[in-house]
Design a protein around this ligand. Structure first.
Ligand code: NAD
Length: 368
């Protein structure tokens, strides 16, 4: 059988630095676990603009649509701040998400025990935390029409429209239920059905999908404002949280901070399954291009490495290998390895991006 294909778009700033460590790990899986990938590299963001005058070349877009999964580093940087909006680095990322129709955004909030002190919550509330937020990414109030700022009498009015079709809710709900089956088998759906019609429809459709095809998964509903409160009160009550674009934007940032550093947070954006059953998929760290530390060897590669672990699990059905990689990261942290962003008030000597890659590879080797 042919190897699965990976398109790597390292992007700008620390993107290529953290992706460099991921590439070593991909090679390790090929050499030591007989899990080879055909990897192709291309440009996105400012790097693509410098080379082609566009943040995403049409050929790159075609390759992304063709690949079994896309891994992205980060885009943007001060050099591109004054570019026209239409060619800003972020437009490259938005085009990928739009044309791949990545409607389901997965943001795990996982707290490694060794980093429990980094959370703004008490360590016992977050130690061992492992929740997944599934956010609808391509519809809702960020896209609904009418939108704009209009004249109304003698003043202006700003309008955005929260709009969801049944099929949009149906497909993201399925994605959450499928995910729950591979985890703790629980979904909590969050909306504001008490005050929003779109929330009433959301709840109805989620229940319908559940009853028809996922009755084995435990389903509960929560108003999103209560959800925010529960996330900081007792986050471990959740397994998968399913929510819309707007609430998901806020709740996933809130959940992210439960776990400490931005340098630790992976994400996945999934679309509809292809003929082979694999979803269209883009994996990327949550952080940006970090211009303040670019080129200094200070970047933490773990968010990007954990994004590859998500690819192993959700695109390639290699859950055991994903766990192997996550456990190697956990071991390295438990042994005290820390990049600069993970230095606590007690201080210590930070290790470099490459040192962190070395340590994770050594931990992988040690468990063979
Ligand atoms: P950022 O995430 O790049 O950085 C925020 C802070 O976190 C910085 O102090 C940075 O040094 C630190 N940080 C981020 N990732 C880190 C890592 N892996 N290891 C250690 N420290 C890390 O956000 P920003 O500064 O607001 O944005 C910088 C640029 O990135 C902007 O051009 C922005 O548009 C872009 N951006 C891109 C994405 C993306 O590509 N998905 C996301 C957010 C921001």
């Amino acid at each position: 059988m042919a190897n699965p294909t990976l398109l790597i778009l390292a992007g700008d700033g620390i993107g290529p630095e953290v992706m460099g460590q991921v590439t070593r790990i991909i090679d390790w899986f090929g050499a030591k676990r007989d899990l080879g990938f055909d990897v192709e590299h291309d440009l996105v963001g400012g790097a693509a603009y410098d080379a082609h005058g566009t943040p995403l070349h049409d050929d790159t877009m075609a390759k992304a649509l063709d690949a079994d999964a896309v891994l992205l580093g980060a885009v943007g940087g001060p050099k591109y701040d004054d570019l026209d909006f239409s060619v800003k680095p972020e437009r490259g990322l938005l085009r990928l998400r739009k044309e791949m129709d990545l409607f389901s955004n997965l943001r795990p909030a996982q707290c490694f025990d060794a980093l429990a002190d980094f959370s703004s919550l008490k360590p016992d509330l977050v130690a061992g935390l492992d929740i997944m937020i599934v956010r609808e990414l391509t519809s809702g109030v960020y896209f609904g029409e009418p939108r704009g700022i209009f004249e109304e009498g003698n003043e202006r009015v700003g309008i955005n429209t929260q709009r969801y079709t049944e099929s949009e809710i149906d497909r993201v709900a399925r994605s959450a239920f499928e995910l729950a089956r591979r985890r703790g088998n629980k979904v909590c759906s969050m909306e504001k059905a008490n005050v929003m019609e779109s929330g009433i429809l959301w709840r109805e459709v989620v229940e319908r999908v559940h009853k028809a095809d996922y009755a084995d998964v435990e389903l509960s509903h929560m108003y999103a404002d209560n959800g925010a409160m529960q996330l900081v009160r007792a986050p471990k009550q959740f397994d998968v949280i399913l929510t819309d674009n707007l609430f998901g934007d806020i709740l996933s940032d809130c959940a992210a901070m439960l776990t400490g550093s931005l340098g630790m947070l992976p994400s996945a954006s999934l679309g509809a399954p292809n003929a082979d059953g694999r979803p269209k998929a883009l994996y990327e760290p949550v952080h940006g291009s970090a211009p303040d530390i670019t080129g200094k060897g200070l970047a933490n590669p773990i968010a990007c490495i954990l994004s590859f672990a998500m690819a192993l699990r959700y695109s390639f059905d290699q859950g055991d290998e994903a766990t192997r990689l996550e456990q190697a990261v956990e071991k390295v942290l438990a042994d005290g390895a820390r990049t600069a962003d993970l230095m606590g008030p007690e201080g210590g000597t930070p290790i470099s991006t490459t040192d962190m890659g070395d340590a994770i590879l050594a931990a992988l080797d040690a468990r063979l």
